[in-house]
Design a protein around this ligand. Sequence first.
Ligand SMILES: Nc1ncnc2c1ncn2[C@@H]1O[C@H](COP(=O)(O)OP(=O)(O)O)[C@@H](O)[C@H]1O
Ligand SMILES: Cc1ncc(COP(=O)(O)OP(=O)(O)O)c(N)n1
Length: 266
Amino acid sequence: MTIARALTIAGSDSGGGAGIQADLKTFTVLGVYGMSALTAITSQNTLGVHGIYNLPLEAIEKQIDAVVTDIGVDAAKTGMLSQVPIIELVAAKIRQHTIPNLVVDPVMVAKGGARLLEDSAQQALITKLIPLAKVVTPNLPEAEVLTGREIRSVEDMKDAAKRILDYGAQTVVVKGGHLAGDAIDIVYDGQMFEELRSARIETRHTHGTGCTFSAAITAELAKGKNVMDAVKVAKEFITCAISDSLELGGGHGPTNHWAYGRRNQA
Ligand SMILES: Nc1ncnc2c1ncn2[C@@H]1O[C@H](COP(=O)(O)OP(=O)(O)O)[C@@H](O)[C@H]1O
Ligand SMILES: Cc1ncc(COP(=O)(O)OP(=O)(O)O)c(N)n1
């Protein structure tokens, strides 16, 4: 049996709601073989991030080399890459192995407020990684940092998408989870804008929404979907996952990665 292969290059969330754990669950539910290259270990739960331990560059490099040279990769995503040398290494490895279908989730701050990207590394994300991206998926605060502009409306989101595309990404998805009202994501490929809209689900259990969304795009690209179709599946996937989110822990519980598969079986 052949199967599409997806790689996540990201941090570990011990609580299982975000990071590598969310990515691998998403890959599995979408029928894709998942692989991982850990960049950092976080001690994390639904209440927040309690510790961050970046891995040595050699460990990150060897994980990527090991899976790419043996198993192969149809699509990959990046998540938490907290320091300049890690971003530079990952960008160099993506170029060296010509890893296709790269989704860059420019992770900066976790929901509880912990910084997962050092301020000094913001520029490296813009100049080294985003130009390699088939899709880049900033949330509103990330898009504000990347563009240096406030975003308060859908029009502002479109303007930010244009500016981020100019950094060299092929498609930009500005996620609207942090805006009031409907959850509207703006997709821009340099030619046209598409608005993906869903009703806002009133829940505090949204830990890991961004990781799960970008992992779903990656899984669908690995299967050979085009970008717009992949993003549409990801929007449905995350909407189901939030609708049926899990009341675990005392803070922001995780989304439900199984909800999309169950709905499609019903
Ligand atoms: N309360 C919500 N109801 C419905 N969709 C949401 C909600 N919160 C986030 N989303 C959707 O989840 C995805 C991730 O967005 P967002 O939460 O902004 O990312 P991040 O986790 O990176 O901050 C987007 O498709 C967004 O529209
Ligand atoms: C290890 C790790 N990576 C990324 C994140 C951020 O995940 P995100 O999907 O943006 O969700 P929230 O943390 O904002 O709920 C993380 N927390 N941990």
